[in-house]
Design a protein around this ligand. Structure first.
Ligand SMILES: [Zn+2]
Length: 284
């Protein structure tokens, strides 16, 4: 008898393990939090957002399609093949190129951008895919609020003008800047905006105060001025940047301004993909 119990022991053990796994899985499914991931895509921006009801938003897609898909797959449920909204901050390659593979792989419902055009081949391919797949286009403009879930919305703070930025070669003036609000928590997405754009928004008395700041332009010294950091007053500054990039990002100047303002710095080149969650009350 004793011998038989011992012989069966590994099976009891397996059964116990299985029960534990199921409970963990159910717990995960009950989760009601917002997820914000600053994806590690090298030198470029890509931010993946999943709402409590499992709607997905991708803000920029980095320079490399394979890399952004690999990062998305780590977070997104494997059976979900739809990204509800994509946002393009501006059409430079390090923000745009990854979208081509994303558009081929996932069903996209809406695409929000400034309408600024680029001459690179990737831009033409991106535009063609948007048209071929009949993705609904949303023109980004200041004052637009996109509701993403209950108590969750994205406010477009810039571009400031109407359509006059459409064909500008300089993309900083048509940069899509957006503030995501979930309950009492908030996140600010800045693309590659420069200090002159920051001051423009402050001069318009824009409410920019946020818990988390996507540090603009990969930590360039021409962005993240003192006035801006004071107005946003984030707890965390997330920098999306490639290891040993040729631009010297993030710059010493910006890092020291962030440190002086008491902002906790997270960097994708050091920390890898940065995942934050919010329950609407606090961020962890
Ligand atoms: Zn960039």
């Amino acid at each position: 008898m004793i011998q038989k119990t011992l012989k069966n022991f590994p099976y009891y053990f397996l059964a116990l393990l299985l029960i534990i796994s199921i409970i963990i899985f159910l717990n995960l499914n009950k989760e009601n939090d917002l997820t914000i991931a600053f994806l590690n895509v090298g030198q470029g921006d890509a931010m993946f957002i999943e709402t409590p009801s499992k709607n997905q938003i991708l803000i920029d897609a980095g320079p490399d399609g394979k890399r952004v898909l690999r990062e998305i797959k780590k977070i997104m449920p494997f059976f979900d093949k739809t990204i509800d909204l994509t946002v393009l901050s501006h059409p430079n390659k390090d923000h745009l190129a990854g979208f081509i593979d994303v558009l081929k792989r996932y069903e996209i419902r809406y695409s929000l951008s400034s309408g600024a055009k680029h001459t690179i081949a990737e831009f033409k391919e991106w535009e063609k895919l948007l048209n071929d797949e009949k993705i609904e286009k949303i023109q980004a403009k200041r004052g637009l609020r996109v509701h993403l879930d209950k108590n969750l919305y994205l406010d477009i703070l810039a571009p400031i003008g109407k359509n006059e930025y459409k064909d500008l070669k300089s993309f900083t003036d048509s940069m899509v800047v957006a503030r995501l609000v979930y309950g009492k928590t908030s996140f600010l997405f800045t693309g590659d905006m420069e200090e002159k754009n920051e001051l423009q928004l402050l001069n318009l008395n824009t409410f920019v105060d946020s818990d988390v700041l996507k540090v603009a332009h990969h930590g360039s010294k021409y962005s993240s001025g003192e006035n801006w950091l004071q107005a946003v007053s984030p707890i965390v500054g997330a920098i999306q940047v490639g290891k040993n990039n040729k631009y010297g990002h993030p710059t010493r100047e910006t890092l020291s301004r962030l440190e002086k303002s008491g902002i906790k710095i997270s960097r994708t080149d050091v920390d890898g993909t940065i995942i934050l969650k919010s329950d609407g009350e606090k961020i962890y």
